[in-house]
Write a protein that binds this ligand. Structure first.
Ligand SMILES: [Zn+2]
Length: 500
């Protein structure tokens, strides 16, 4: 994804517009007619607006071809500065969609009628939507040639920033990595293949890599992880630990830990899923892909604290050795777990991973997992659920979701929920057969395995897949979570919170 960005504080003239085949213009909804006419082709745009029976008002979007030799295609939008980030990103995706097949290698974007902050925010949304749309995703269609020119340059007019939208590029790269890994078919991304990919990334990005294979995990007595892994005919499951070390470490001794669920295929195990529920379960590793994508984005931005990334890679298979209901297994912290449902494998692989991650005493752990159907029933697929062992964080988590456009909503974490996980035979039940609030119970289960009272945020990715895409992301697979996390870390600065 090599796309060059150039910024110009001024407006382009007509001749400059004629040189480029693809344009986007964004103005506020209260734009006046005399003001519109200051834009290149302003009178023509106003004429087309009248012909299309549209008004200049918030959320108006239309497209037209300009009367020049290039037949420049223009997508035009009115967006008020107060618009929510989620809606803004959605309109930005619409504008990009108006171009669908770019008929040139260059896109011009004009922001007009805004103050600098608003212009920057509009530009950021369009850039993010464009990067999300042009990212290459896995495709296995034979004999299909790419049609049309490949977009490789974006020119922004009406805003010039010092940062050059570096963060948007980093987020887009992380998101594209998360989506493309998640879309790979399950026979192309086994834990073996996944580890190979991660090794390549580690080499290129100078991350230290350790792999806790099943032999090592047996030594560490990670019985919950092994219970899931033992159903696979190939013993390739394991936990990857990646470490990013900054070149210029800040004086504060902070360290971030990212954890992800990487179930490369989830059949449900012995409690086999029916076909309609199993379909798409190759994406049950998306949590790990989001953790990896976040690590990539943070590395690109050269954050000044170390980041560890733990990926729990396994398959949840059926087979003679697969774990089953009523098994009692022991996690690596010594907790005994009564298995209740083999399809609740995510919390099994995560609990051992969380113990290993929290033993390193990071300042914060964030885990990502496509964990429960209950979270989807509660929120739908346009929001993800969020949980934390620091209740004071909840308003900040909501705000980070709103500001980033990757929206989350918190759920309660009160101790009395644990009653539903009381077991007659072991320390804890894996889940409850009766309860409909499995997303809360799963979080209560996981928090037991976060050691040393490390601050912890758990994201239940109910918005990992949504028909037609979500916000600026046009594919069903959303890679949700990276923008949210970067907002939390870089805008809300949660790592600097003294009360953490
Ligand atoms: Zn499952």
């Amino acid at each position: 994804m090599k796309i060059k960005l150039q910024q110009h504080p001024e407006l382009p003239d007509k001749a400059r517009v004629d040189k480029t085949a693809n344009w986007i213009i964004v103005v506020p909804g209260n734009i006046t007619l005399p003001s519109i006419k200051n834009l290149p082709y302003g009178e023509f745009i106003d004429l087309r607006r009248k012909q299309l029976n549209k008004k200049f008002s918030n959320k108006t979007v239309f497209s037209c071809d300009l009367p020049n030799r290039n037949i420049t295609h223009l997508a035009f939008a009115c967006i008020d500065p107060e618009i929510s980030s989620f809606e803004l990103l959605g309109i930005a995706a619409d504008l990009i969609k108006q171009h669908r097949d770019f008929h040139g290698q260059e896109l011009g974007v004009i922001l007009y009628g805004y103050n600098m902050d608003a212009a920057e925010r509009m530009a950021e949304a369009v850039i993010s939507a464009m990067l999300a749309a042009v990212a290459e995703m896995p495709e296995f269609k034979s004999g299909k040639d790419r049609k049309g020119p490949v977009l490789n340059k974006i020119n922004i007019f009406g805003v010039k920033t010092a940062h050059g939208f570096k963060r948007s590029f980093a987020e887009a790269e992380g998101n594209a990595l998360a989506r493309s890994l998640s879309m790979l078919p399950p026979n192309s991304l086994t834990p073996t293949d996944y580890l190979k990919e991660v090794k390549k990334l580690a080499k290129v990005n100078d991350w230290q890599l350790q792999f806790y294979n099943l032999e090592l995990l047996k030594k560490k007595k990670a019985g919950a992880f092994i219970a899931v892994a033992q159903g696979s005919p190939v013993a390739d499951a394991g936990i990857v630990r990646l470490i990013y070390r900054p070149q210029n470490r800040s004086s504060a001794k902070r360290k971030l830990s990212l954890v992800g669920k990487g179930i490369c295929y989830d059949t449900g195990g012995t409690n086999l899923k029916p076909a309609n529920y199993m379909f798409g379960m190759h994406e049950d590793m998306q949590g790990s892909a989001v953790a990896l994508g976040t690590l990539l984005a943070l590395s690109r931005l050269k954050v000044n604290y170390p980041v560890e990334c733990w990926l729990a890679l396994a398959m949840n298979h059926i087979g003679p050795k697969a774990y089953k209901q009523n098994d009692v297994v022991t996690a690596c912290d010594g907790t005994t777990i009564e298995v209740v449902h083999t399809d609740a494998e995510g919390r099994m692989v995560l609990c051992d991973t969380l113990v290993l991650a929290s033993k390193e005493k990071p300042s914060l752990i964030i885990d990502y997992a496509t964990l429960t159907g209950a979270c989807i029933y509660s929120l739908g697929t346009a929001y993800s659920g969020i949980f934390t062992n620091r209740e004071a964080l909840n308003p900040v988590l909501i705000e980070a979701g709103k500001d980033s456009g990757e929206r989350v909503w918190p759920f309660p974490m009160d101790e009395d929920y644990d009653k539903l996980l009381e077991s007659n035979i072991a320390d804890i039940k894996q889940c409850s057969r009766e309860s409909g609030m499995d997303h809360i119970l799963a979080s209560r289960f996981l928090q037991r395995f976060v050691k040393n009272n490390v601050p912890w945020i758990h994201v239940d990715l109910s918005s990992s897949n949504r028909k037609g895409g979500l916000a600026h992301v046009p594919t069903d697979t959303t890679g949700f979570g990276i923008r949210l996390t970067l907002n939390l870390l870089m805008d809300k600065k949660v790592m600097d919170w003294p009360e953490m």
